[in-house]
Design a protein around this ligand. Sequence first.
Ligand code: SF4
Length: 313
Amino acid sequence: MIFNIQHFSIHDGPGIRTVVFFKGCPLRCKWCANPESQSSNAEIMWLENECLRCKSCHVIENMNFHFEDDRLEWGSPCAAVQKIEIQDSTRRQIEMVCPTKAIQVVGKERTIEQILAEVEKDVSFFSESGGGLTVSGGEPLMQGEFLVSLLKEAGKRKIHRAMETSFFARYEVVRKAVQELEYLLVDVKTFDEKLHIENTGVSNKIILENIARIRSDFPNLPIKVRTPVIPGVNDTDQEIEAISNFVKSLGPNTEYELLKYHRLGISKYKSLRRNYPLADVVLSEEKFRHLNTVREKNLWQQINTIAYDGSHI
Ligand code: SF4
């Protein structure tokens, strides 16, 4: 179940990359910029500004599309029926009927062949830039078996493979996937376990353990640890110091990067009929610069050698 394939990305691993977004995530980060990635099922998004209010969608079977206070509603009027099964026939009707694509079905089952056909359109950019395929999400490890098969096939086709992950998964699953990678990006959102539970819904213990075990099992694999800096959650010297020290303890071939909080995903919550769970917060440039200084100070003795030599297995 994939919800997007994005071409020409330059922030998801080395070079120019094609990012395949897996649907479904075990975390519920309050600041999540891709709320459409969280559920493992296909779901409806309504783009209010694209809608003509033509009501053509009202004829689509099984979805009960209708307007309430100028907002499109759908699904069962019974609150107990939460999950809507979106059949292929419904998907086809939506694509045919809505003239502006204001209704979108997010998430589609795709085969390995279909995904790689899309990825391989970009191979000339990969070879020129040192880029490749990045699997992201959601959490790709939630579809572990399919993920490993996809990575293996990409490897056979000599495509450079990276993964963006929370590492919230059993170690056996993690290991099988990492074995197929040339580059790894993994998030540490907070070091404090209580903060992690409060803000993501899960403990960080398994995440930190998985990172340390993978570092030890694959000493040559380039790993970039990332922390999205969220105001009121982890924007403190204490948190960034603790994570920096953890990254430093991992040894060479490990980078650490801070990602600045942004609010680009907020409109998607409305489109999915959900509330944005984080308060109205802003991270100043000055604060972000300061936290980067804290990060650098605590990583001073770390040697980053992120050139992949193909010998991590
Ligand atoms: S068919 Fe599309 S454009 Fe027309 S009312 Fe429905 S969502 Fe809006």
